[in-house]
Design a protein around this ligand. Structure first.
Ligand SMILES: Nc1ncnc2c1ncn2[C@@H]1O[C@H](COP(=O)(O)OP(=O)(O)OP(=O)(O)O)[C@@H](O)[C@H]1O
Length: 234
């Protein structure tokens, strides 16, 4: 479970998050919607200590993130907007192994995690391939595998479809759907809900650093007018 309690945060004295309180259960699929600059990325970067609140608290499984960064980072996997920026190794397998290696697991356990994570993104057996030779969609799936190798309870995906063509978008979407069905919680930011709204349990919409809608997809869609969020046509 992830809990934000009255979280306030400013960049250089400019308020970016104002009194955000949310609680996210294990297994929940939550869409974070809102215009560019509304604070979605900034909020989610608090889940594993990349940012710390100026006031308020962020707890993962009941423990403040800053008190146990390893526990928070094991429980909440993050995939950033430009996966290319988060790779640390030249080959798929080495990159996906990086997180588990830092947990001090045995080689055998690491290999098992890498294999399972690659399987989950439909890239089994491709560990020796170079990341720089992959398409954008494949790179996104490797980034997701890297997060999955930590066996997270929740997966944070920040605008995972940015820059992807239609086939890549579909392939990443399918992977996200099957992970969600298998029980991984998903926190996904987007300013375009069309492809993902059918998967979500809940939509949280932000505006100017505040949560302005937090509801089931059906009810939230009615409330989203005026927030610069593309909603499905029907
Ligand atoms: N490193 C930074 N330094 C200063 N200001 C920042 C920084 N990162 C974000 N901001 C500002 O914080 C505000 C919220 O940005 P954030 O990226 O959280 O919004 P977002 O809703 O995720 O939008 P986007 O879809 O564009 O990523 C914006 O006004 C942005 O300019």
């Amino acid at each position: 479970m992830i809990e934000f309690r009255s979280v306030t945060y400013a960049f250089d004295d400019v308020p970016v998050l104002e009194d955000v309180s949310l609680s996210i259960d294990d297994g929940e699929f939550v869409l974070f919607a809102g215009a560019n600059g509304s604070g979605k990325t900034t909020l989610l970067r608090h889940c594993n200590g990349l940012l710390e609140p100026d006031s308020g608290d962020v707890l993962v499984n009941g423990t403040p993130v800053a008190d146990d960064l390893i526990a928070a980072r094991s429980s909440v996997g993050m995939v950033f907007q430009h996966p290319r920026d988060q790779f640390v190794a030249a080959t798929i397998g080495a990159d996906v192994a990086f997180g588990p290696e830092n947990l001090g697991l045995s080689r055998e356990a690491i290999d098992r995690r890498v294999e399972t994570a690659l399987d989950a993104v439909n890239m089994a057996g491709r560990g020796d391939e170079r990341i720089d030779a992959l398409s954008g969609g494949e790179q996104s799936r490797v980034a997701i595998a890297g997060a999955l190798a930590m066996n997270p309870d929740h997966l944070v995906l920040d605008e995972p479809f940015t820059g992807l063509d239609d086939p890549a978008r579909r392939s990443v979407l399918e992977r996200i759907e099957s992970l969600s069905i298998d029980g991984t919680g998903v926190l996904l930011t987007t300013h375009d809900l069309r492809d993902v709204v059918g998967l979500a349990d809940r939509i949280v919409a932000m505006k100017d650093g505040r949560v302005v809608v937090d509801d089931s997809p059906e009810r939230a869609l009615e409330a989203l007018a005026g927030l610069d969020v593309r909603v499905p046509d029907t």
